[in-house]
Design a binder for this molecule. Structure first.
Ligand code: ATP
Ligand code: MG
Length: 460
């Protein structure tokens, strides 16, 4: 049975088991004992992003959108589920992702998988719609990806990627554009000094065939020093042995032939040209001859941005050229290059910055009202102010209570000002305004001037 089939069973068993929620204290996998209080838990490796953290995510997403927009990229949105065979064909049969990380299930005889990455689906969508036929396309996407991995810091079973794919451009210039764009993103967030760009060229498929042969010869001669995984990969996907983390294997590799020794003049020149543009632009990089990346579809340039601030999960962004993939998936031969940033790892990195600790307040203004009539009228006032003050965040007191209690809630909301509508204000056609941070006394303004007054106070 292939590993893909194994996960198919796993997924089915798991979903059949979940007919009843897990209870606190249940041993894993049991499902009896009706009538007790239930406590649901999120699936291992699939985290909630709570309101304390969503402002950081929103900022991050906003900046990413603005940066790619400034380079003229357009958004594409793909489904989270595709045919399993799309991923097997594009990512490659002998890769970690396809061998053991996919969530695969049967859908009335069709094998489907939750997407483990975005490139395959993006290429499928572009071929299917014809939008890359004889034309350049610069695309981006953002969304959740799914991989059945052992959950740990920076490694989850549902995680988010921000990805970019460019079609129809064959030279190193577009690779430079992508790298400059990523460097800009790090700069904007002030994390450039925590990230190192590692660069390598995988050459052409023909050059890799020649290299593969010499690498396999070398590995065979040292096979008793390899671990099981590398011995198996030596036969199926020998280049992947190069990024083994096993120290013994690393030791063996220090004497192995290097890929660049098989490069022809053209590959050498285009790789040099990319490096030249990066040097001109002042983007530092390190050549890592062992960088092969986990997926099969790359050729020529591959790169990763790595950090030592996140423990073992060091790669924050990975990408490269994949000229053969469009044709391999049934399209016309089309040069292509792309990258993906792991957003959870980027968030973890941002959290290492001091400036990013406190979550911003949820509101600017808290609207307090007391008395039946005043509460009803407060909704009209709230709507009017939201229409007249652009961008204002106005929180309405919906829990009743005396003004003293409402002020406490107003204070806890983080709002800078409270609006007050009681019976006496209503009678006089006035609205009270109280500066919650200065602790000054309430002052009243006519109902019709409240919006203008808030604009003034909030500086909008
Ligand atoms: P790793 O070597 O860490 O497993 P990868 O080579 O499998 O990474 P890619 O397929 O290149 O990762 O995905 C691009 C980026 O997506 C990674 O650099 C990382 O930031 C992020 N990523 C990949 N897998 C996960 C995961 N399970 N949880 C969180 N982020 C992930
Ligand atoms: Mg991985």
């Amino acid at each position: 049975m292939s590993r893909g089939a194994f996960f198919c069973l796993f997924f089915h068993k798991a979903s059949r088991r979940t007919g009843r929620p897990k209870r606190a204290g249940d041993p894993p996998g049991t499902g009896r004992g009706e009538g007790m209080a239930v406590k649901f838990q999120s699936v291992a490796g699939m985290k909630d992003i709570l309101p304390e953290e969503t402002p950081l995510w929103q900022d991050l997403e906003k900046v990413l959108r603005e940066v790619v927009r400034s380079y003229g990229y357009a958004e594409i949105r793909m489904p989270a589920v595709e045919s399993t065979s799309l991923f097997v064909r594009s990512i490659g049969e002998v890769t970690d992702v396809v061998e053991k990380e996919m969530y695969t299930f049967d859908d009335n005889g069709d094998s489907l998988s939750l997407r483990p990455e975005g490139t395959a689906g993006c290429v499928r969508a572009c071929i299917e719609s014809g939008i890359i036929h004889n034309q350049e396309r610069r695309l981006w996407y953002m969304g959740p990806m799914f991989r059945h991995e052992r959950p740990q810091k920076g490694r989850y079973r549902q995680f988010h990627q921000f990805g970019v794919e460019v079609f129809g451009l064959a030279g190193p210039e577009i690779e430079a554009e992508l790298i400059l764009m990523i460097a800009r993103i790090w700069r904007i967030f002030g994390i450039s000094d925590r990230l190192t760009l590692e660069l390598n060229s995988l050459g052409t498929p023909e050059e890799r065939v020649a290299y593969r042969a010499s690498l396999v010869d070398y590995l065979r001669a040292h096979q008793d020093q390899l671990d099981d995984d590398s011995r198996r990969r030596m036969e199926t996907n020998p280049l992947r042995v190069l990024d083994s983390k096993d120290p013994g294997v690393q030791e063996v590799l220090s004497g192995a032939p290097v890929l660049s020794s098989c490069f022809g003049e053209e590959t050498r020149q285009r790789f040099e040209r990319l490096q030249q543009i990066l040097r001109d632009a002042g983007v530092p990089f390190k050549i890592n001859e062992r960088l092969v990346r986990g997926l099969d579809y790359y050729s020529h340039t591959v790169f990763e941005w790595v950090t030592d601030a996140l423990g073992a999960q060091s790669t924050v962004c990975g990408g490269g050229r994949y000229d053969g993939l469009v044709e391999q998936l049934g399209g016309h031969s089309t040069p292509a290059v792309g990258f993906a940033i792991g957003l959870e790892r980027m968030v973890l990195l941002l959290k290492t910055l001091e400036a990013c600790s406190a979550a911003p307040a949820a509101a600017d203004v808290y609207l307090c009202a007391m008395g039946d009539e005043a509460v009803r009228r407060s909704f009209i006032l709230g709507e009017q102010i939201r229409s007249e003050v652009p961008g204002i965040r106005l929180l309405t007191n919906c829990a009743g209570g005396a003004f003293r209690k409402q002020f406490r809630r107003a204070d806890q909301s983080g709002a800078a000002f409270a609006l007050i509508l009681g019976e006496s204000e209503l009678e006089q056609g006035m609205v009270g305004i109280k500066d919650l941070r200065q602790g000054t006394e309430q002052r009243n303004v006519p109902w019709g001037e409240a919006a203008a007054e808030l604009k003034n106070l909030l500086g909008v």
